[in-house]
Write a new protein. Structure first.
Length: 101
């Protein structure tokens, strides 16, 4: 449980740091953060992902994570680059776990 909370905090912190440090044309930190997100999904068991999904709406997102998500929403180029890096590995894991048809 503590490891899961620490992992979630690390990802949220990394996203916030990424959004604060990245300019519109330069995404060097993007690879590092995308790598951490992909690694989280690849190392997680299906049971862990299902538990995380079940708890998703029960707790509010940390302020830093909310800010990072807003920055990704407001910068289409940054958002596109991030999604291009993480979409396939995440979708594959979700498919393996029966989370998507």
């Amino acid at each position: 449980m503590v490891k899961k909370i620490a992992s979630t905090f690390f990802v949220a912190s990394a996203i916030a740091l990424f959004c604060a440090a990245v300019s519109a044309q330069d995404f060097p930190v993007l690879d590092q953060i995308a790598g951490k997100v992909v690694q989280k999904y690849q190392q997680a068991t299906c049971e862990q992902l299902w538990q995380e999904r079940a708890q998703k709406d029960k707790a509010p997102k940390p302020q830093m994570e909310q800010r990072a998500l807003e920055m990704l929403k407001s910068d289409p180029q940054m958002r596109s680059a991030f999604i291009n890096k993480v979409a396939a590995p995440i979708a594959n894991k979700m498919f393996e776990c029966g989370m998507i048809p």
